[in-house]
Design a protein around this ligand. Sequence first.
Ligand SMILES: [Zn+2]
Ligand SMILES: [Zn+2]
Length: 296
Amino acid sequence: MKASIARLTQSRNQSGQVFISYRSKYNSQVSDLKNYLESGKFPGGQPKKVRYFPPGSLSDEIMTEHRRWQIVSMIDRYISPANEVWLYETDDYYDSWWTLAELATLDYQRRSGYEADQKIPKSLKIFNPKTKTVHDAPDDYLPVLSNQQVKRIARWYANCDAGSGGPEGVTHIRRIAQIPLIGRLKYFNDHVWSKEFWEYPVLECANPKCKTIGQHKNHFNVDDFLWTRGQGFYHITPKEMKTSIKSGKIQCPNCKAIYQFKEAVYPHYQWMPLRMGRPTGPDGTSLIKLPTYIRL
Ligand SMILES: [Zn+2]
Ligand SMILES: [Zn+2]
């Protein structure tokens, strides 16, 4: 066990040193920063390996909660090897559910994950694109998740993670296994198995009047984030969706902005894991088709 953890640690350290968290519209600047860091030209810096998500990966999909958490669980895996995380702190850095997801998962990892088990310190740095300088994030920078919020993220990941069998997957499942038996009985009534979670697309209104989740920057409301709720998030029922599919439009109930969308030609499919010999898909199926909608 110790040897395998050592191997894992080693492969993590080799597979990437810096992860850059940023808003995808700044892709070209972030690409320059990556080259700069990799060449070792950054003041006081040695050459570092840099990773970030290419833009467009998150597309214009109107995503269900399931789809969101599936992607966040991938982001969590992707960030985990980095021993440094740089936040490319543009003025609009905090105005995205996705960058907040990265901050939340960093605290999740710190609290319950790799670092707690394996003592890999992750240093957090804030890059100012205007001054092109970097400083260490204050110690209290990350949101502090409650135990309940940590368990909630573990629950989302364990049931949305596209990969399985990898060490991170096992870690997620172990976290779930720590839930006492009585909790496991309630397990299948959890929101994570609800039709809403899997099938209700969540419209995120882009109007700044509605999109307020990042207004307190890194001090965002973690519960609103976890449940994609509050102003700016609108969970569309299948009934509303039916009407909207006919018109090709969804209206924000708050500001009345209209969004046009269509059903994707290629829906997402997901293999459901087996638990106690049974497929865990909503109707006892193992390959399920997930409705997918694209904003125009
Ligand atoms: Zn919901
Ligand atoms: Zn709106």
